[in-house]
Design a binder for this molecule. Sequence first.
Ligand code: BG6
Length: 489
Amino acid sequence: MPVIRVEPCTFALFGALGDLALRKLFPALYQLDRAGLLHEQTCVLAMARDELDAEGLQRQLRESLTRFVSAKEQDAAVMQRFIDRCTYVSMDFRKRDDYQALTSLVSAEQPLVAYFATPAAVYGDICRELAHLELVSNLRVVLEKPIGHSLESSQEVNDAVARYLPERAIYRIDHYLGKETVQNLIALRFANSLFENQWNSRYISHVEITVAEKVGIEGRWGYFDQAGQLRDMVQNHLLQLLCLTAMEPPSDLSADSIRDEKVKVLKALAPITPELLSTHVVRGQYAAGSIDGQPVPGYLEEENANVHSNTETFVSLRCEIRNWRWSGVPFYLRTGKRMQQKLSQIVIHFKESAHYIFAEEQRDQVSNKLIIRLQPDEGISLQVMTKEQGLDKGMHLRSGPLQLSFADTNNAARIPDAYERLLLEVMQGNQYLFVRKDEVQAAWRWCDQLLASWRQDGSAPKKYPAGSWGPVASIAMITRDGRSWYGDL
Ligand code: BG6
Protein backbone atom coordinates (compact mmCIF):
# COMPACT_ATOMS: atom_id res chain seq x y z
CA MET A 1 0.00 0.00 0.00
CA PRO A 2 1.49 3.39 -0.91
CA VAL A 3 2.49 5.31 2.18
CA ILE A 4 3.19 8.51 0.31
CA ARG A 5 0.92 11.51 -0.07
CA VAL A 6 1.59 13.29 -3.31
CA GLU A 7 1.30 17.06 -3.53
CA PRO A 8 0.94 19.03 -6.75
CA CYS A 9 3.90 21.01 -8.11
CA THR A 10 5.16 22.70 -11.24
CA PHE A 11 8.16 20.80 -12.52
CA ALA A 12 10.34 23.03 -14.71
CA LEU A 13 13.01 21.15 -16.62
CA PHE A 14 15.79 23.37 -17.92
CA GLY A 15 17.72 21.60 -20.66
CA ALA A 16 14.71 19.51 -21.64
CA LEU A 17 16.03 18.33 -24.98
CA GLY A 18 19.41 17.17 -23.71
CA ASP A 19 20.52 13.58 -23.39
CA LEU A 20 19.92 13.34 -19.63
CA ALA A 21 16.39 14.71 -19.89
CA LEU A 22 15.35 12.48 -22.77
CA ARG A 23 17.11 9.34 -21.57
CA LYS A 24 16.46 9.55 -17.85
CA LEU A 25 14.30 12.41 -16.59
CA PHE A 26 11.21 12.18 -18.80
CA PRO A 27 11.12 8.38 -18.48
CA ALA A 28 11.40 8.78 -14.68
CA LEU A 29 8.54 11.30 -14.61
CA TYR A 30 6.46 8.99 -16.78
CA GLN A 31 7.11 6.12 -14.35
CA LEU A 32 5.98 8.29 -11.43
CA ASP A 33 2.82 9.12 -13.35
CA ARG A 34 2.26 5.42 -14.07
CA ALA A 35 2.67 4.61 -10.37
CA GLY A 36 0.10 7.24 -9.43
CA LEU A 37 2.77 9.39 -7.81
CA LEU A 38 2.23 12.56 -9.83
CA HIS A 39 -0.63 14.66 -8.54
CA GLU A 40 -3.25 15.36 -11.19
CA GLN A 41 -2.44 19.07 -11.01
CA THR A 42 1.29 18.58 -11.46
CA CYS A 43 2.48 20.05 -14.73
CA VAL A 44 5.82 19.83 -16.48
CA LEU A 45 7.48 22.76 -18.24
CA ALA A 46 10.08 21.66 -20.74
CA MET A 47 12.58 24.40 -21.43
CA ALA A 48 15.28 24.47 -24.07
CA ARG A 49 16.73 26.77 -26.66
CA ASP A 50 15.39 25.09 -29.80
CA GLU A 51 12.32 26.39 -31.58
CA LEU A 52 9.73 23.67 -31.11
CA ASP A 53 5.94 23.76 -31.16
CA ALA A 54 3.59 21.71 -29.00
CA GLU A 55 3.42 18.95 -31.58
CA GLY A 56 7.20 18.86 -31.87
CA LEU A 57 7.50 18.34 -28.11
CA GLN A 58 4.85 15.61 -28.17
CA ARG A 59 6.70 13.82 -30.94
CA GLN A 60 10.01 14.13 -29.11
CA LEU A 61 8.57 12.85 -25.82
CA ARG A 62 6.79 9.93 -27.42
CA GLU A 63 9.99 8.98 -29.19
CA SER A 64 12.12 9.11 -26.06
CA LEU A 65 9.58 7.29 -23.88
CA THR A 66 9.20 4.56 -26.47
CA ARG A 67 12.95 4.21 -26.64
CA PHE A 68 13.89 4.44 -22.97
CA VAL A 69 10.93 2.85 -21.16
CA SER A 70 10.82 -0.93 -21.42
CA ALA A 71 8.10 -2.20 -23.76
CA LYS A 72 6.18 -3.95 -20.97
CA GLU A 73 6.01 -0.70 -19.00
CA GLN A 74 4.63 1.36 -21.84
CA ASP A 75 0.98 2.16 -21.28
CA ALA A 76 -0.58 4.22 -24.08
CA ALA A 77 -3.13 5.93 -21.83
CA VAL A 78 -0.55 6.91 -19.20
CA MET A 79 1.81 8.07 -21.92
CA GLN A 80 -0.84 10.36 -23.35
CA ARG A 81 -1.77 11.64 -19.89
CA PHE A 82 1.88 12.35 -19.15
CA ILE A 83 2.51 14.07 -22.48
CA ASP A 84 -0.57 16.24 -21.91
CA ARG A 85 1.03 17.55 -18.71
CA CYS A 86 4.04 18.87 -20.61
CA THR A 87 4.37 22.35 -22.13
CA TYR A 88 7.35 23.48 -24.17
CA VAL A 89 8.96 26.86 -23.57
CA SER A 90 11.67 27.94 -25.96
CA MET A 91 14.19 30.15 -24.18
CA ASP A 92 17.77 31.26 -23.87
CA PHE A 93 18.56 30.77 -20.17
CA ARG A 94 20.67 33.91 -20.07
CA LYS A 95 18.03 36.24 -21.54
CA ARG A 96 15.76 37.97 -19.09
CA ASP A 97 12.97 38.61 -21.61
CA ASP A 98 12.62 34.91 -22.39
CA TYR A 99 11.57 34.18 -18.79
CA GLN A 100 8.42 36.28 -19.13
CA ALA A 101 6.63 33.25 -20.58
CA LEU A 102 6.94 31.54 -17.19
CA THR A 103 4.81 34.06 -15.32
CA SER A 104 1.58 32.73 -16.79
CA LEU A 105 2.66 29.09 -16.51
CA VAL A 106 3.85 28.92 -12.91
CA SER A 107 1.21 28.88 -10.21
CA ALA A 108 2.07 30.68 -6.98
CA GLU A 109 -0.16 28.16 -5.17
CA GLN A 110 2.14 25.19 -5.60
CA PRO A 111 5.88 24.53 -5.23
CA LEU A 112 8.06 25.14 -8.25
CA VAL A 113 10.70 22.46 -8.76
CA ALA A 114 13.36 23.63 -11.21
CA TYR A 115 15.67 20.91 -12.49
CA PHE A 116 18.90 22.20 -14.03
CA ALA A 117 19.98 19.67 -16.63
CA THR A 118 22.25 22.33 -18.10
CA PRO A 119 25.91 23.28 -17.82
CA ALA A 120 26.65 24.51 -14.29
CA ALA A 121 27.77 27.84 -15.74
CA VAL A 122 24.12 28.91 -16.13
CA TYR A 123 22.78 27.75 -12.73
CA GLY A 124 23.34 31.20 -11.25
CA ASP A 125 21.73 32.94 -14.26
CA ILE A 126 18.58 30.85 -14.00
CA CYS A 127 18.30 31.51 -10.26
CA ARG A 128 18.78 35.22 -10.81
CA GLU A 129 15.96 35.34 -13.35
CA LEU A 130 13.61 33.26 -11.23
CA ALA A 131 14.36 35.64 -8.34
CA HIS A 132 13.67 38.60 -10.62
CA LEU A 133 10.21 37.15 -11.34
CA GLU A 134 9.73 36.66 -7.59
CA LEU A 135 9.42 32.91 -8.05
CA VAL A 136 11.92 31.88 -5.38
CA SER A 137 9.79 31.79 -2.24
CA ASN A 138 8.33 28.41 -3.14
CA LEU A 139 11.22 27.20 -5.28
CA ARG A 140 13.39 24.06 -5.02
CA VAL A 141 16.27 23.75 -7.46
CA VAL A 142 17.90 20.51 -8.47
CA LEU A 143 21.55 20.78 -9.50
CA GLU A 144 23.06 18.11 -11.73
CA LYS A 145 26.70 17.17 -11.54
CA PRO A 146 29.38 18.09 -12.32
CA ILE A 147 29.32 20.97 -9.85
CA GLY A 148 32.70 22.39 -10.78
CA HIS A 149 35.92 20.49 -11.37
CA SER A 150 37.73 21.53 -8.17
CA LEU A 151 36.95 22.95 -4.75
CA GLU A 152 37.32 26.48 -6.02
CA SER A 153 35.16 26.12 -9.13
CA SER A 154 32.49 24.19 -7.21
CA GLN A 155 32.37 27.02 -4.68
CA GLU A 156 31.75 29.50 -7.49
CA VAL A 157 28.77 27.45 -8.69
CA ASN A 158 27.41 27.00 -5.18
CA ASP A 159 27.85 30.68 -4.38
CA ALA A 160 26.10 31.74 -7.60
CA VAL A 161 23.03 29.73 -6.54
CA ALA A 162 23.26 30.67 -2.84
CA ARG A 163 22.99 34.34 -3.76
CA TYR A 164 19.28 33.73 -4.43
CA LEU A 165 18.36 30.61 -2.47
CA PRO A 166 18.88 29.14 1.00
CA GLU A 167 20.53 25.71 1.32
CA ARG A 168 17.18 24.14 2.23
CA ALA A 169 15.94 24.91 -1.30
CA ILE A 170 18.98 23.35 -3.05
CA TYR A 171 18.99 19.68 -4.06
CA ARG A 172 22.35 18.47 -5.41
CA ILE A 173 21.93 15.23 -7.30
CA ASP A 174 24.15 12.22 -6.95
CA HIS A 175 22.08 9.61 -8.71
CA TYR A 176 23.82 6.80 -6.79
CA LEU A 177 21.95 7.96 -3.69
CA GLY A 178 18.68 7.13 -5.45
CA LYS A 179 19.62 3.51 -6.10
CA GLU A 180 17.47 1.09 -4.14
CA THR A 181 20.36 -0.83 -2.59
CA VAL A 182 22.15 2.33 -1.52
CA GLN A 183 19.16 3.30 0.56
CA ASN A 184 19.01 -0.22 1.82
CA LEU A 185 22.48 0.25 3.22
CA ILE A 186 20.99 2.54 5.83
CA ALA A 187 18.30 0.00 6.68
CA LEU A 188 20.78 -2.86 6.71
CA ARG A 189 23.23 -1.10 8.99
CA PHE A 190 20.91 0.55 11.44
CA ALA A 191 17.90 -1.77 11.57
CA ASN A 192 19.97 -4.93 12.18
CA SER A 193 21.81 -5.03 15.47
CA LEU A 194 23.64 -8.10 14.15
CA PHE A 195 25.59 -5.87 11.80
CA GLU A 196 25.72 -2.63 13.70
CA ASN A 197 27.41 -4.29 16.67
CA GLN A 198 30.12 -5.68 14.41
CA TRP A 199 30.60 -2.64 12.20
CA ASN A 200 34.05 -1.53 13.28
CA SER A 201 37.76 -2.29 13.16
CA ARG A 202 37.45 -4.97 15.81
CA TYR A 203 35.44 -7.22 13.51
CA ILE A 204 36.03 -5.91 10.00
CA SER A 205 39.38 -6.38 8.27
CA HIS A 206 38.77 -4.33 5.14
CA VAL A 207 36.12 -2.97 2.79
CA GLU A 208 36.01 -2.97 -1.01
CA ILE A 209 33.93 -0.67 -3.15
CA THR A 210 33.87 -1.43 -6.87
CA VAL A 211 31.99 0.54 -9.51
CA ALA A 212 32.94 -1.02 -12.83
CA GLU A 213 31.41 -0.10 -16.16
CA LYS A 214 31.55 -1.84 -19.50
CA VAL A 215 30.84 1.31 -21.46
CA GLY A 216 33.59 3.60 -22.68
CA ILE A 217 33.27 7.31 -23.24
CA GLU A 218 30.05 7.17 -25.30
CA GLY A 219 30.67 10.27 -27.40
CA ARG A 220 31.56 12.38 -24.34
CA TRP A 221 35.28 12.60 -25.00
CA GLY A 222 35.39 16.41 -24.69
CA TYR A 223 33.84 16.43 -21.22
CA PHE A 224 35.47 13.28 -19.99
CA ASP A 225 38.99 14.16 -21.00
CA GLN A 226 38.81 17.31 -18.88
CA ALA A 227 37.36 15.39 -15.96
CA GLY A 228 38.84 11.88 -15.77
CA GLN A 229 37.52 9.04 -13.65
CA LEU A 230 38.47 10.57 -10.30
CA ARG A 231 36.30 13.64 -10.85
CA ASP A 232 33.61 11.83 -12.84
CA MET A 233 33.03 8.92 -10.46
CA VAL A 234 35.11 9.03 -7.26
CA GLN A 235 34.48 12.61 -6.11
CA ASN A 236 30.76 11.88 -6.05
CA HIS A 237 29.49 8.31 -6.36
CA LEU A 238 32.29 6.33 -4.72
CA LEU A 239 32.83 8.77 -1.89
CA GLN A 240 29.08 8.80 -1.20
CA LEU A 241 29.10 4.99 -1.01
CA LEU A 242 32.10 5.15 1.30
CA CYS A 243 30.35 7.68 3.54
CA LEU A 244 27.17 5.60 3.87
CA THR A 245 29.23 2.51 4.65
CA ALA A 246 31.48 4.19 7.19
CA MET A 247 29.37 6.86 8.87
CA GLU A 248 28.35 6.79 12.51
CA PRO A 249 24.67 6.08 13.27
CA PRO A 250 22.77 9.35 12.75
CA SER A 251 20.60 10.52 15.62
CA ASP A 252 17.52 10.25 13.39
CA LEU A 253 16.62 9.91 9.74
CA SER A 254 16.41 13.61 9.03
CA ALA A 255 18.38 14.97 6.09
CA ASP A 256 20.75 16.97 8.24
CA SER A 257 21.44 14.22 10.75
CA ILE A 258 22.48 11.86 7.95
CA ARG A 259 24.47 14.49 6.12
CA ASP A 260 26.23 15.61 9.31
CA GLU A 261 27.55 12.07 9.71
CA LYS A 262 28.59 11.73 6.07
CA VAL A 263 30.57 14.93 6.15
CA LYS A 264 32.48 13.73 9.23
CA VAL A 265 33.68 10.70 7.25
CA LEU A 266 34.91 12.90 4.41
CA LYS A 267 36.79 15.05 6.87
CA ALA A 268 38.38 11.98 8.45
CA LEU A 269 39.66 10.59 5.12
CA ALA A 270 43.45 10.61 5.21
CA PRO A 271 44.97 12.63 2.37
CA ILE A 272 46.92 10.68 -0.24
CA THR A 273 50.19 12.57 -0.32
CA PRO A 274 52.84 12.23 -3.07
CA GLU A 275 54.80 9.72 -0.94
CA LEU A 276 51.78 7.40 -0.84
CA LEU A 277 51.04 7.46 -4.58
CA SER A 278 53.01 4.32 -5.42
CA THR A 279 51.31 2.18 -2.78
CA HIS A 280 47.84 3.74 -2.42
CA VAL A 281 46.78 4.71 -5.93
CA VAL A 282 46.67 3.26 -9.41
CA ARG A 283 45.63 5.39 -12.39
CA GLY A 284 44.77 3.54 -15.56
CA GLN A 285 43.72 4.22 -19.13
CA TYR A 286 42.10 1.59 -21.33
CA ALA A 287 43.81 0.35 -24.45
CA ALA A 288 42.09 -1.54 -27.26
CA GLY A 289 40.60 -4.84 -26.20
CA SER A 290 37.31 -6.67 -26.39
CA ILE A 291 33.98 -6.41 -24.62
CA ASP A 292 31.62 -9.38 -24.83
CA GLY A 293 33.78 -10.84 -27.56
CA GLN A 294 33.64 -7.69 -29.73
CA PRO A 295 36.78 -5.65 -30.41
CA VAL A 296 36.67 -2.10 -29.02
CA PRO A 297 39.14 0.77 -29.51
CA GLY A 298 41.37 2.17 -26.80
CA TYR A 299 40.67 5.51 -25.11
CA LEU A 300 43.15 7.31 -27.36
CA GLU A 301 41.54 5.83 -30.46
CA GLU A 302 38.00 6.97 -29.63
CA GLU A 303 36.33 9.56 -31.87
CA ASN A 304 37.72 13.10 -31.39
CA ALA A 305 40.44 11.83 -29.06
CA ASN A 306 43.59 13.76 -28.31
CA VAL A 307 46.13 11.01 -28.82
CA HIS A 308 48.46 12.46 -26.19
CA SER A 309 45.90 12.51 -23.40
CA ASN A 310 47.00 11.30 -19.98
CA THR A 311 43.49 11.34 -18.52
CA GLU A 312 42.64 8.34 -16.36
CA THR A 313 39.69 6.09 -17.17
CA PHE A 314 40.38 3.89 -14.15
CA VAL A 315 41.36 4.56 -10.56
CA SER A 316 41.94 2.29 -7.63
CA LEU A 317 42.67 3.66 -4.20
CA ARG A 318 43.62 2.43 -0.78
CA CYS A 319 41.89 4.84 1.59
CA GLU A 320 42.12 5.21 5.33
CA ILE A 321 39.59 6.80 7.63
CA ARG A 322 41.12 8.39 10.67
CA ASN A 323 38.65 7.74 13.46
CA TRP A 324 38.21 5.22 16.25
CA ARG A 325 35.79 3.03 14.32
CA TRP A 326 37.94 2.50 11.24
CA SER A 327 41.50 2.90 12.36
CA GLY A 328 43.59 0.21 10.61
CA VAL A 329 40.79 -0.85 8.21
CA PRO A 330 41.67 -0.08 4.59
CA PHE A 331 38.88 0.89 2.21
CA TYR A 332 39.85 -0.23 -1.30
CA LEU A 333 37.99 1.71 -3.97
CA ARG A 334 38.13 1.08 -7.69
CA THR A 335 36.21 2.29 -10.67
CA GLY A 336 36.81 2.19 -14.39
CA LYS A 337 35.38 2.41 -17.86
CA ARG A 338 35.57 -0.49 -20.31
CA MET A 339 35.93 -3.11 -17.63
CA GLN A 340 34.98 -6.74 -17.90
CA GLN A 341 31.54 -6.39 -16.35
CA LYS A 342 29.08 -3.72 -15.26
CA LEU A 343 29.22 -4.23 -11.54
CA SER A 344 28.75 -2.01 -8.52
CA GLN A 345 29.20 -3.59 -5.14
CA ILE A 346 30.43 -3.03 -1.63
CA VAL A 347 32.11 -5.98 0.07
CA ILE A 348 32.63 -5.97 3.81
CA HIS A 349 35.26 -8.51 4.86
CA PHE A 350 34.93 -9.69 8.45
CA LYS A 351 37.94 -10.80 10.45
CA GLU A 352 38.52 -14.42 11.29
CA SER A 353 37.67 -15.48 14.81
CA ALA A 354 40.59 -15.63 17.19
CA HIS A 355 40.80 -19.40 17.53
CA TYR A 356 40.66 -21.68 14.46
CA ILE A 357 39.76 -25.37 14.75
CA PHE A 358 39.24 -26.63 11.20
CA ALA A 359 41.66 -28.07 8.64
CA GLU A 360 44.65 -25.80 8.22
CA GLU A 361 44.55 -25.96 4.39
CA GLN A 362 41.08 -24.39 4.41
CA ARG A 363 42.03 -21.58 6.69
CA ASP A 364 42.34 -18.86 4.06
CA GLN A 365 38.78 -19.51 2.82
CA VAL A 366 37.31 -18.86 6.22
CA SER A 367 36.11 -15.34 6.48
CA ASN A 368 32.60 -13.97 6.34
CA LYS A 369 31.83 -11.40 3.71
CA LEU A 370 28.81 -9.19 3.35
CA ILE A 371 28.22 -8.29 -0.29
CA ILE A 372 25.97 -5.37 -1.03
CA ARG A 373 25.24 -5.40 -4.76
CA LEU A 374 23.97 -2.20 -6.30
CA GLN A 375 23.88 -3.41 -9.89
CA PRO A 376 23.17 -5.65 -11.64
CA ASP A 377 20.90 -8.04 -9.66
CA GLU A 378 20.41 -5.72 -6.69
CA GLY A 379 20.64 -7.59 -3.45
CA ILE A 380 22.56 -8.43 -0.35
CA SER A 381 24.34 -11.66 0.37
CA LEU A 382 26.30 -12.87 3.34
CA GLN A 383 28.99 -15.43 2.63
CA VAL A 384 28.96 -17.93 5.48
CA MET A 385 30.89 -21.12 6.13
CA THR A 386 29.00 -24.38 6.43
CA LYS A 387 29.93 -28.04 6.37
CA GLU A 388 29.93 -29.79 3.04
CA GLN A 389 27.17 -32.40 2.88
CA GLY A 390 27.91 -36.08 2.55
CA LEU A 391 29.12 -39.01 4.60
CA ASP A 392 32.55 -38.85 3.05
CA LYS A 393 33.13 -35.14 3.60
CA GLY A 394 34.08 -35.13 7.26
CA MET A 395 34.29 -31.56 8.55
CA HIS A 396 35.18 -30.16 5.16
CA LEU A 397 33.98 -26.56 4.94
CA ARG A 398 32.39 -24.67 2.10
CA SER A 399 31.54 -21.05 1.67
CA GLY A 400 28.02 -20.28 0.50
CA PRO A 401 25.70 -17.30 0.39
CA LEU A 402 22.76 -16.39 2.57
CA GLN A 403 21.06 -14.47 -0.16
CA LEU A 404 18.53 -11.67 -0.34
CA SER A 405 17.72 -10.77 -3.91
CA PHE A 406 15.51 -7.71 -4.16
CA ALA A 407 14.07 -8.92 -7.45
CA ASP A 408 12.90 -12.20 -5.90
CA THR A 409 11.53 -10.75 -2.67
CA ASN A 410 9.05 -7.88 -2.23
CA ASN A 411 6.58 -9.83 -4.42
CA ALA A 412 8.85 -9.15 -7.35
CA ALA A 413 8.10 -5.44 -7.08
CA ARG A 414 9.80 -3.47 -9.83
CA ILE A 415 13.06 -1.81 -8.78
CA PRO A 416 12.71 1.87 -9.65
CA ASP A 417 15.40 3.78 -11.47
CA ALA A 418 17.44 6.10 -9.23
CA TYR A 419 16.02 9.21 -10.89
CA GLU A 420 12.43 8.17 -10.13
CA ARG A 421 13.23 8.04 -6.44
CA LEU A 422 15.14 11.31 -6.48
CA LEU A 423 12.46 13.22 -8.41
CA LEU A 424 9.82 11.95 -6.04
CA GLU A 425 11.86 13.03 -3.00
CA VAL A 426 12.42 16.51 -4.34
CA MET A 427 8.73 16.90 -5.16
CA GLN A 428 8.04 16.01 -1.55
CA GLY A 429 10.68 18.37 -0.23
CA ASN A 430 12.90 15.64 1.29
CA GLN A 431 16.59 16.41 1.15
CA TYR A 432 18.16 13.34 2.71
CA LEU A 433 19.14 11.79 -0.62
CA PHE A 434 20.77 14.99 -1.84
CA VAL A 435 24.24 16.25 -1.20
CA ARG A 436 24.76 19.25 1.08
CA LYS A 437 27.17 22.01 0.20
CA ASP A 438 29.71 21.12 2.88
CA GLU A 439 29.78 17.50 1.64
CA VAL A 440 30.57 18.66 -1.89
CA GLN A 441 33.30 20.88 -0.52
CA ALA A 442 34.84 18.19 1.68
CA ALA A 443 34.81 15.69 -1.21
CA TRP A 444 36.49 18.20 -3.53
CA ARG A 445 39.05 19.13 -0.90
CA TRP A 446 40.08 15.49 -0.63
CA CYS A 447 40.16 14.97 -4.41
CA ASP A 448 42.03 18.21 -5.00
CA GLN A 449 44.92 17.09 -2.82
CA LEU A 450 45.11 13.83 -4.75
CA LEU A 451 44.99 15.65 -8.08
CA ALA A 452 47.78 17.93 -6.84
CA SER A 453 49.86 14.85 -5.91
CA TRP A 454 49.27 13.46 -9.42
CA ARG A 455 50.32 16.71 -11.04
CA GLN A 456 53.48 16.74 -8.98
CA ASP A 457 54.21 13.13 -9.89
CA GLY A 458 53.48 13.63 -13.59
CA SER A 459 53.56 9.96 -14.58
CA ALA A 460 51.29 8.57 -17.29
CA PRO A 461 48.35 6.30 -16.40
CA LYS A 462 48.96 2.57 -16.67
CA LYS A 463 47.37 0.86 -19.66
CA TYR A 464 44.83 -1.91 -19.30
CA PRO A 465 43.09 -3.80 -22.08
CA ALA A 466 39.40 -2.98 -22.50
CA GLY A 467 37.43 -5.87 -21.06
CA SER A 468 39.78 -6.52 -18.12
CA TRP A 469 39.64 -5.57 -14.43
CA GLY A 470 42.06 -2.69 -14.83
CA PRO A 471 45.85 -2.45 -14.72
CA VAL A 472 47.83 -5.27 -13.13
CA ALA A 473 49.10 -2.69 -10.64
CA SER A 474 45.60 -2.50 -9.16
CA ILE A 475 45.74 -6.20 -8.36
CA ALA A 476 49.26 -5.76 -7.00
CA MET A 477 48.07 -2.93 -4.73
CA ILE A 478 45.64 -5.16 -2.84
CA THR A 479 47.84 -8.28 -3.07
CA ARG A 480 50.57 -6.37 -1.24
CA ASP A 481 48.24 -6.40 1.78
CA GLY A 482 47.69 -10.17 1.36
CA ARG A 483 44.19 -9.71 -0.15
CA SER A 484 42.44 -9.87 -3.50
CA TRP A 485 39.53 -8.10 -5.19
CA TYR A 486 36.40 -10.09 -4.46
CA GLY A 487 34.86 -11.99 -7.36
CA ASP A 488 37.24 -11.04 -10.17
CA LEU A 489 37.32 -13.82 -12.72
C1 BG6 B 1 27.70 9.32 -14.25
C2 BG6 B 1 29.04 9.46 -14.92
O1 BG6 B 1 27.60 10.16 -13.14
O2 BG6 B 1 27.51 7.96 -13.82
C3 BG6 B 1 29.16 8.51 -16.09
O3 BG6 B 1 29.21 10.80 -15.38
C4 BG6 B 1 28.86 7.10 -15.64
O4 BG6 B 1 30.46 8.56 -16.66
C5 BG6 B 1 27.53 7.03 -14.88
O5 BG6 B 1 28.81 6.27 -16.80
C6 BG6 B 1 27.34 5.64 -14.26
O6 BG6 B 1 26.05 5.54 -13.72
P1 BG6 B 1 25.32 4.14 -13.56
O7 BG6 B 1 24.06 4.45 -12.82
O8 BG6 B 1 25.11 3.60 -14.94
O9 BG6 B 1 26.26 3.27 -12.76
